[in-house]
Structure formats: C-alpha cells, structure tokens
Design a protein around this ligand. Sequence first.
Ligand SMILES: Cc1ncc(COP(=O)(O)O)c(C=O)c1O
Length: 372
Amino acid sequence: MEQINFVDLKKQFKELENEIVNSVSGVLESGQYILGPLVEEIEDKLSLYANVNNVVTVSSGTDALFVSLHALGIGPGSKVYIPSFTYTATAEVIALVGAEPVFVDVTSRSFNISCKDLEEKIEKYRPTKDMPSAIIAVDLFGLPAKYDRLNDIANRYNLSLISDAAQSFGASIGNKKVGKLAPITTTSFYPTKPLSCCGDGGAIFTDNDDLAQILRSVRTHGISDNPYENIRIGTNARFDAIQAAILLKKLTIFDQELEKRKNVAAIYNQELDQIVETPMAIDGVYSAWAHYTIKTKKRDKLKMYLSDANIPSMIYYPKPMHDQIAYKKYSNGDNLKISTGLCQEVLSLPMHPYLSEEQVIYITEKIKKFLD
Ligand SMILES: Cc1ncc(COP(=O)(O)O)c(C=O)c1O
C-alpha cells in the first residue's frame, strides 16, 4: 500500500501538471504578474460558482478577514465576537485593527460557534453603540455554522456578520453555497485548503456592491479609480496572476475533489461510527471536508499509536484562543469549557481527495485495534 499522507498536494499536481505548467508559463510570458485579466477571470468564475455578486481576491485568508474588518470601519472601540476554538488568524486580525475580540464558546458536536453562548456574550459585553461591531463565525473543518440563527442575531443586535470560510469553500446549506450564507464571507486558498493555490491566497464574497468597491480600494492602498489618489487608509493585499492561473485550473476539478472527500468521510463514518465520536452530520448541510476530526479521551495515545503505524494525524487545535498568551488579556476570565475540553480530545485524520478506500480502511482498522 502507498504511503498515507495527511494531505497529498503532489498527487493533485500530477492530475493537472500540464495544464498548470502551461498556464503559469503563460503568465510568466505575459509580464502581468499582479492583478490583471486572470485575477478578474478567477473572480468572475468564483462569483458564478458561489452565486454571489462580487468576489474580491486577496493575498491570503488572513488578509481577507483584515480587509473586511477594515472596510467595515471596525477599529478601536469595536467588539468582535468569535469562537475560541479556531485558528489564530480569526482572532489576530481583530487585534490588528485595534478592536477587541470577545471569545464565545462552541458546541461540542459541530465545533462551531454556539448561538446560545453568542447571545449571552453579546448581552454581557454589549457592543459599543457608536462603534460598528461584528460577529465572525468560523466554519470549522469545512462544516458551515448555523447561518439562519447567526443572521438573525446579527440583525437583532445590529452587528455585521462575517463568515470565516477559510476551511469551507465548496460547502453548502441546502442549495446555498458558502459565499452566499452571510453578508460577507472570507476564504483562504492556502495549499491545504479544499480549493487551494500553490502559495498564499484568499477571497472575499459579498452581494453588497458598495462594500465590494471599498474592499477593492482597501486591497490596494485605499485608492479610488485613480491609482494615485488615496481616499482611505488601505494596505497591500493584492492577489497575483500566477496563483490566479493555478486556481483557474484547480477549479475545473474542484467539484470532483469535493465528491471524493465526501466519499472518504463516508467510509470513515461507517467504520468508526460506534468506536469514536465521528463528525456531526446535519440534514441538508454539506461539509467541504477540509478535515475529518474525531473525538476520543485517549487522543494523545492514539496519535502516538497511529504515528508508529506511519499514519499521520494532527491536533487542530491544541489550545483555545482565550488561553493563548497573545489573547489572554481579552479573555475576561470567562470559562469557555467546551472549547477548552475539545482541545484535549480532537484528532484530525488524513483527509484528501486522493486517499484510497484501502488506505482509509487501513487507518480505521488501526484505530479499532488500538481502542479494542
Ligand atoms: C479558520 C481560519 N481562518 C483564517 C485562516 C487564515 O488563512 P491564511 O492562512 O490563508 O491566511 C485559516 C488558515 O488556516 C483558518 O483555518
């Protein structure tokens, strides 16, 4: 049996090698390396894919969040409610714009923000009236958060809602794809994400045309239509043409890859159902399966056992954000016990479209043997 990789970018490259090499070479010959026609083409294709009016590509998923907060005027005095069980980028951009992150617990089954705790935290730490504030929901491991309730809460408390879909591009709720589930959605094209570049990249999705114009301006130093007229403070978060060329090729097989991820998850589910806690399934909610994450109290020993059998696994995440040194000062001493507990139990297993059934079965057999 072939070696099992946690993700397998080399195999994906082999699938598309000629197309990718030719299109990158086309960019090199064109002399247009930053923004330009290929960046516009991928923005159009992504906007068609997600059925959203505007897509603004940027240089990473982190910049997608940063540019969004900045464009919304979130800054000193603003509060931004986020789940504590997430990747650091969700929290750091809030501090970078000078706003205050308010950590909210997640639900133990979905790993996503708890709407109940969110309302409690909004009531406890009221958003400042004269400063715009926001919620950033994260679609952890590829599963969309509860956007029907989140949109309702955001409207009731007059908060902007951003969906951090770094891990969930390609997922959907019913017939609405990620990108359309919240007024602003950000994603990442980091190499291990479901749709990825061969480098850094990201995008922002919104149906709001006025906001899209501001996002484009912030992405390039706050310019107006005139590149030497700066009408607001911006940054450099531009997307480059080589990554756009690669993304255009990868998008052609993206739906097939999502289907393959779904099949891998189905085998894991079937084999591990009664053995460990498998990821939550919700009727009508389709995950992008960025990660397949189980829960077990014997997590650390299982991880070591799998490693001895040459099966890689990862702990996403070993520490909740409110316990990280950089963010402790924002934690208000709140007891976010589900986020804290999950960090002791979660284990992400190999997940990518090119895992064979034989490999997945081999992994599950090892897990069963260990837990027996
Ligand atoms: C939930 C989440 N948000 C934001 C990001 C940041 O994306 P990037 O690495 O492209 O900056 C990541 C990346 O792992 C992520 O997982």
